[in-house]
Design a protein around this ligand. Sequence first.
Ligand SMILES: NC(=O)c1ccc[n+]([C@@H]2O[C@H](COP(=O)([O-])OP(=O)(O)OC[C@H]3O[C@@H](n4cnc5c(N)ncnc54)[C@H](O)[C@@H]3O)[C@@H](O)[C@H]2O)c1
Length: 261
Amino acid sequence: MRLREKVAVVTGAGSGLGRAIATRLAEEGAAVVVVDVNEAGMKDTVKTLTDRGFKASSAKMDVSNRNDVQRAMQAIIAQQGHIDILVNNAGVTRHRPFLALNSEDWDIVLAVDLKGVFFCSQAVAPHMISRRYGKILNISSISGTGASSHAAGGSQAGNANYASAKAGVIQLTKTLARELGPHGINVNSVAPGFVLTGITAASRSPEEVKEHIAARAGMTALGRTGTPEDIANVVLFFVSDDASYVTGQTLYVDGGRGDRM
Ligand SMILES: NC(=O)c1ccc[n+]([C@@H]2O[C@H](COP(=O)([O-])OP(=O)(O)OC[C@H]3O[C@@H](n4cnc5c(N)ncnc54)[C@H](O)[C@@H]3O)[C@@H](O)[C@H]2O)c1
């Protein structure tokens, strides 16, 4: 049990990767606080965890709203006594070809995927500094450093907003690591490759999803797409004391994408 006595806040844990991360951290003994805007999803995650005998609770929070984040994080600290681990995982996409991208598409993706990481980290950092202990793990993406030309399976060859936000997360990870490192806080990032979750399936027909999975699998050295557990296992490493001397890093967990190696 690598996270006994630890309290972990996981944003966007009402589904997909966040749910898998919350589960993996709970399996290692952490008391997990499931954060999301989707109340039904949060409840499902908490029920799945508590049914297995794990410690889990939920906190509704819109990561793109600074006041909401401040209020909710303070309430979590008051209720749990402390926060040891913050996983900034909440994210949205609005993929469109560049010429069709409007201001709203840009703003919502930057607000949730990048500003949300800023707001949540800034709300928790003073508390972590006061305890001289903390792990912040940001979920970026392979889209943060490479622009894939793949357009099969309903993929719109356009994610300028998302790629910009995720590139920002990678750089924010490095700057936070530098500023918070002297206070005993590790800040790292995991950049997933393709994993089938709601975010991928939402904008595609079932046939397109199949075509998309086959195309993405073909781009990896390992010949398969990722699972939420593949991502959660690596997140666990970073937020545990096994990674005590690692900070400012982004690790690509993408099955060995040939177009990025
Ligand atoms: N699935 C992939 O292939 C993949 C690849 C690379 C990176 N990612 C990243 O992984 C993270 C999780 O994505 P996922 O695939 O599990 O998608 P998902 O849609 O299943 O999960 C995202 C969660 O974030 C929540 N959320 C959205 N806006 C929010 C807000 N304002 N405040 C709080 N919660 C909010 C959603 O309700 C949802 O539960 C995202 O940051 C995504 O960009 C995913």
